[in-house]
Design a protein around this ligand. Structure first.
Ligand SMILES: [Zn+2]
Length: 79
């Protein structure tokens, strides 16, 4: 089978149209992963609502603004 120029161009165009959403999904997935990791380390003080990041693996952290004890971990949302 002979590959014609028109077919070749068509394949490239179709390939680009398929590639764009794939790259978009990959980029979004990577971004969500980074954001989730940042969110897991984020602590909002229950007393003064100061938001800070803590990457240590302890259960309670001290607020740098007011010194109050704050529980951290997934599943706990401010509400
Ligand atoms: Zn505080």
């Amino acid at each position: 089978m002979e590959l014609k120029l028109a077919d070749f161009v068509l394949y490239i165009v179709v390939g680009c149209f398929l590639l764009v959403p794939v790259i978009a999904v990959i980029s979004r997935t990577l971004h969500a992963k980074v954001e989730r990791r940042a969110l897991a380390n984020r602590v909002i003080c229950r007393l003064c609502l100061h938001a800070f990041e803590d990457s240590s693996h302890v259960k309670t952290v001290h607020c740098p603004a007011c010194g109050a004890n704050n529980e951290k971990g997934p599943g706990r949302r401010l509400g």
